[in-house]
Design a protein around this ligand. Structure first.
Ligand SMILES: C[S@@+](CC[C@H](N)C(=O)[O-])C[C@H]1O[C@@H](n2cnc3c(N)ncnc32)[C@H](O)[C@@H]1O
Length: 313
């Protein structure tokens, strides 16, 4: 089947492709690293949090858990279908949370409303990341902080090339080309920028932010049989779910990948052999997991950048 629309237009499909079920997204971070981040940003004395593009609420909960005991969490998303799951998990975590439907580019809040304004894996999906960051700075109090957590998916894609799944140099080159053209195409179609992690400090600076800092997550998604550590078990299960859906984590399912590849200047004739490499990787991965021979050590490539609103915000 071919389509001109993203398969993730439907919220149920989106939730599956984004891995919203369960705690996979919580395994992206080392808890003690988030504690350190909390110290660096003085989160313990901050109370009002806004999570932009909150989805099922994983990132907002992680940040809120490092804030003051009376912290309140507001999450906004353009898709309200995720709010029930977000609310349920916030309640289980004993957090005071409120989820609202809104657009990240037009936040329905007064200037200087929040102590902490954050987002995770949202700027990679919006057509104008600068507009969102500028809006995030607007609703942050003068002594508050904007915290952006976004991947560099070009780096993430290369981390899939160094696992126990054997790849020839020509196959790696095909996967890299697939990634580069998909990023180009995604940008051209106004569906986001997979490399945005590399530009976060520049986005803050252009939004007139002050005291800008950038960090990288220290999380490594490593796997080694028998995958009995909790984070490994969750990651392996999620990657198997993605493989069963024929989803290549760095670019998505076939039709979205193909659409982005063509918009990035590729041709159908070039796409098919690249996708054949993806399918071979996925099938080999499944076989290796069931044989207990799959292993990897894959940095998660999340960039964190923070800043305070400046006079121009
Ligand atoms: C990949 S998910 C990330 C969810 C959550 N931040 C997390 O890390 O678990 C991206 C989320 O951003 C939302 N989103 C994308 N564009 C948006 C926009 N313009 N305004 C509000 N939400 C948006 C999507 O609906 C989706 O829930």
């Amino acid at each position: 089947m071919t389509t001109d629309r993203p398969s993730y237009d439907d919220p149920e499909t989106y939730a599956r492709l984004a891995g919203f079920g369960g705690d996979w997204r919580d395994t992206w971070w080392n808890s003690d690293y988030l504690d350190l981040l909390g110290q660096r940003l003085d989160l313990g004395r901050r109370a009002r949090l806004l999570d932009v593009g909150c989805g099922a609420g994983h990132w907002g909960r992680a940040v809120a858990g490092r804030m003051s005991a009376d912290a309140t969490l507001t999450g906004i998303d353009r898709e309200p279908a995720f709010f029930d799951a977000a609310q349920e998990s916030a309640k289980a975590a004993k957090l005071t949370a409120n989820y609202l439907e809104a657009d990240a580019g037009r936040l329905p809040f007064e200037d200087a409303s929040f102590d902490v304004v954050t987002c995770q894996t949202v700027l990679i999906h919006v057509p104008d990341a600068q507009a969102v960051v500028t809006e995030m700075l607007r609703v942050t109090k003068p002594d508050g902080v904007v915290l952006l957590a976004e991947p560099d998916n070009l780096v993430m894609a290369t981390s899939f090339m160094g696992t126990s799944v054997p790849l020839k140099a020509t196959e790696r080159a095909s996967l890299l080309k697939l990634q580069l053209l998909c990023h180009e195409g995604k940008r051209a179609l106004g569906e986001g920028d997979g490399d945005v992690g590399a530009r976060l400090p520049a986005l803050l600076r252009k939004g007139s932010a002050l005291a800008i800092q950038a960090f990288a997550s220290d999380k490594c998604a490593w796997a080694q049989p028998p995958y009995d550590d909790h984070a490994q078990a969750v990651d392996i299960k999620t990657q198997l779910d993605f493989a069963r859906m024929d989803q290549w984590m760095p670019t998505g399912p076939r039709e979205d990948t193909r659409r982005h590849y063509l918009a990035g200047g590729g041709t159908d004739a070039e796409f098919d052999p690249c996708w054949a490499v993806v399918l071979r990787w996925l099938r080999t991965f499944e076989q290796q997991v069931s044989a207990g021979t799959f292993h990897c050590s894959r940095p998660t490539c999340m960039v964190l950048a923070c800043g305070q609103p400046g006079s121009g915000a």
